[in-house]
Write a protein that binds this ligand. Structure first.
Ligand code: ADP
Ligand code: MG
Length: 409
């Protein structure tokens, strides 16, 4: 993978060059107030070093990114304008403009107006149907329009590299290109997690959708984890494991169509000597609400009318113990509904165990990253907080990521 240094050498310098940067600025927004508010600016902050590197070299930087999931047409609530405000603050005193169009005459004009060491952020890529189109020609036509805005391309939107999208994949085939600093760092971390990791290796999985994470479990039990390693499961996905082990899970999240597959994992872990750590207790509530009546119950005795919203205190202690002497930890998915205080304790306990231990710890997943930050932890307390949940999971599944493969060409 070429670096920005390589690209600089290839082009004979970056001063005055128009460089198209695909960043990942897909941040969570709270739109309940008068103006939308960014609730976790981690991805914006993570984008800054690459942009600053290019600005300092005198490049004319054109940033493209997506926000949310608009369906190929402009929608005001998905405008990148609030993100632009934060980006401008972080890059100050550099000149950081915003163009309310992604491609077209206004975008052409905004790029033409750039001076050396100045930046423009273009409006949400997904306001154009070509960005995510499954049709190669439609996507290619949009990539042509993006490529026409620049002399070179830098791929730095790690959170999107698993997508075969115009701004991630097709545009790299049309311009001299390089990986940005964020993509390079994320890939280095993932290689460390997948190529001779220090053991014991512990993987903590949680979050809401078991089916999203089954591919990872396949690869973990197939090749990454060996005897003495640990797989800890919490969050909403744990109830499919508890049900597969024969327990009643009440009204908790349950994916019944995955029960057989999960039973297979329980057997595979046992056969390999991988310790599967499931919670011994859970916090069971009458409703999905912070105010609901809730109690700690044994994981094999969840009342039929309750739903499990967090792992319990005994489970938190056991999880912390299973992490204490680990040398490598990958964590994806909160242990409970951390957004509500009564169900945030399991997630806090796992984060604290990583901070207390001395494993190389990687936190992946948008909600997991937001969880550790909103619970008051700092990024520096972990080995790495990934900006890309889906991308890091697909990498750990052993899949090829189109946005990384294309950078090798
Ligand atoms: P990430 O973004 O880190 O990959 P996910 O998107 O898979 O994580 O899941 C995060 C969500 O899972 C959070 O919004 C959290 O509230 C929810 N969650 C965690 N535990 C439970 C549970 N027991 N029941 C329902 N939802 C849960
Ligand atoms: Mg999520």
């Amino acid at each position: 993978m070429k670096t920005i240094d390589d690209l600089e050498a290839e082009l004979g310098g970056l001063r005055g060059r128009r460089v198209l940067v695909r960043s990942d600025l897909n941040v969570p927004l709270d739109s309940s107030g008068d103006a939308p508010r960014i609730t976790d600016d981690g991805r914006v902050r993570a984008s800054v070093p690459t942009l600053r590197r290019l600005l300092d070299a005198g490049a004319r930087v054109v940033v493209v990114a997506h926000l949310g999931r608009p369906k190929g047409v402009p929608e005001a609530k998905y405008s990148l304008a609030p993100v632009h405000a934060r980006l401008a603050e972080l890059l100050a005193p550099a000149s950081v403009a915003f163009c309310p169009e992604t491609v077209g005459p206004q975008a052409d004009e905004a790029v033409a107006a750039l001076g050396d060491g100045e930046l423009v952020l273009l409006e949400n890529l997904r306001f154009a149907a070509g960005e995510t189109s499954k049709d190669d020609a439609e996507r290619g036509a949009f990539a042509d329009q993006l490529a026409a805005l620049a002399d070179a391309y830098v791929s730095d939107g790690f959170g999107a590299v698993h997508r075969r999208h115009a701004s991630v994949y097709d545009v790299a085939t049309r311009l001299p290109h390089a990986a940005g600093g964020l993509v390079a760092t994320e890939v280095e971390v993932l290689r460390r997690l997948t190529t001779s990791p220090e053991r014991p290796y512990a993987v903590v999985l949680g979050g809401s959708k078991v089916s999203d994470k089954l591919g990872v479990i396949d690869n973990l039990l197939g090749s990454l984890l060996t005897s003495g390693d640990r797989l800890l499961v919490g969050g909403g996905m744990v109830f499919t494991f508890l049900a597969a082990a024969g327990h009643e899970v009440g009204r908790s999240l349950l994916e019944t169509d995955q029960l057989d597959r999960v039973r297979g994992y329980i057997d595979a872990a046992a056969a390999k000597g991988v310790e599967l750590v499931l919670p011994a207790d859970v916090v069971a509530a009458t409703e999905f609400s912070a105010d609901a009546e809730h109690d700690v119950v044994a994981a094999d005795a969840i009342p039929a009318d309750r739903l499990g919203l967090d792992i319990g205190p005994a489970a938190s202690a056991a999880f912390a113990q299973a992490l204490a002497d680990a040398r490598t930890v990958f964590w994806n998915g909160p242990m409970g509904v951390f957004e509500m205080e009564p169900y945030s304790h399991g997630t806090r306990a796992v984060a604290q165990a990583l901070v207390d231990g001395d494993a190389f710890s990687v936190v992946g997943g948008g909600d997991s990253a937001a969880a550790v930050r909103t619970l008051g932890f700092r990024d520096e307390q972990f080995g790495h907080i990934s900006t890309g949940g889906g991308a890091s999971l697909e990498f750990l599944e052993g899949r090829h990521l189109p946005g990384l493969d294309v950078l090798e060409t």
